[in-house]
Design a protein around this ligand. Structure first.
Ligand code: FMN
Length: 325
């Protein structure tokens, strides 16, 4: 009998498959169907830092004639967004028994930090911080930017009792070093990687348009390298793989490289809850075939420390393999 349960940041998950934060994880019927399909946990749609700020600013701009009302509106709108989110979390917690992870999408140590404790009080099992600000200041160093992120993580992890995961961008100068710092600042998990809204150009209309919102499966190869390296170099922190996890095969690869969990979004939009049960089933079949009883029997088996030739993870230039072509 194969057991696919995992321990993610101290939480027991019946499966390593997590429903990633998206519009789907605001819908109670969808969340219930994911639970029925055997999902290990869900990450609720993010509360956005700018969502709180912008809503308030929008109303403020319409109340210029009555400046005395602006402060009240600012406070009211902020509270309204937060209240809506807190209610959603409470409703989800009541409906399902799987671990529920709240999500905050932030770019600075703004006032939202003070709401993290309110989120914890809803009974959610963890918080995922999706932290990124597009760097546009050419005079700022990458370590300055990273220090700002670490400052946010340190503040939030000190405030909360529940575990905090950080969902990061794949663009970091020294990724293992950064993850090691996240761990030192109290993060219990790191989600590698976020997939951003991306601009594209329509050459017929000569316009900037939104690029495809959904991933392709091959995008998961980017995190496969880093999963293999980071899981070996930074032990003691749980890694969750995100982007391009569409099938059991991609999920199993990430686990072999050292992921504790895998997150699915695009596959859930395209195939619904069945995508989750299919991945769970594929993991069971894979484990039976190879004689693995538990996930830990093969987790990280092919990571940077555990393979005979770690240079296979290090190789970044095509020269050696394709130099002659
Ligand atoms: C429609 C949509 C909404 C999303 N909303 C959020 C969000 O609120 N917070 C977040 O951290 N990620 C969000 N994401 C990113 C996903 O959680 C996930 O990291 C990304 O889509 C890559 O996973 P995938 O390849 O399985 O799609 C969203 C993605 C999509 C497509």
């Amino acid at each position: 009998m194969t057991n696919i349960s995992v321990n993610y940041m101290g939480l027991t998950l019946s499966s390593p498959v997590i429903a990633a934060s998206s519009g789907l994880t605001t819908q109670l019927d969808k969340i219930e169907s994911f639970e029925k399909a055997g999902v290990g946990a869900i990450v609720v749609k993010s509360l956005f830092e700018e969502q709180i700020v912008d809503e308030a600013d929008f109303l403020n701009s319409r109340s210029n004639d009555y400046p005395e009302s602006a402060d009240y509106l600012h406070h009211y709108m902020r509270q309204y967004s937060i209240e809506k989110y807190l209610n959603l979390l409470r409703e989800i917690k009541e409906k399902v028994s799987i671990p529920v992870i709240a999500s905050i999408n932030c770019y600075s140590k703004g006032e939202w930090v003070s709401y993290a404790r309110e989120i914890e009080k809803t009974g959610v099992n963890a918080i995922e911080l999706n932290i990124y600000s597009l760097p546009l200041n050419i005079h700022k160093s990458s370590s300055d930017v990273e220090k700002e992120y670490l400052d946010v993580i340190g503040t939030v992890t000190k405030m909360l009792k529940i575990p905090v995961a950080v969902k990061i961008a794949g663009y970091v100068t020294n990724l293992p070093g950064f993850v090691n710092n996240l761990k030192a600042y109290g993060a219990k998990g790191v989600v590698m990687f976020n997939r951003f809204y991306t601009p594209d150009i329509d050459i017929a209309k000569l316009k900037i348009v939104a690029a495809e919102a959904f991933s392709t499966e091959t995008e998961s190869l980017r995190e496969l390298r880093w999963m293999g390296i980071v899981s070996a170099l930074v032990p003691g922190i749980d890694l969750s793989s995100s982007t391009g996890i569409h099938t059991g095969e991609t999920a199993i690869k990430q686990l072999l490289a050292g992921a504790t969990t895998v997150q699915m979004c695009t596959a859930l939009y395209k195939r619904g809850a069945e995508a989750i049960s299919d991945v769970n089933q594929d993991i069971h079949i894979f484990m039976e075939k190879h004689g693995f009883k538990n996930i830990k029997d093969f987790k990280g088996m092919l990571n940077y420390s555990n393979i005979a030739d770690p240079r296979k993870f290090e190789r970044v230039q095509f020269m050696k393999n394709f130099g002659g072509k």
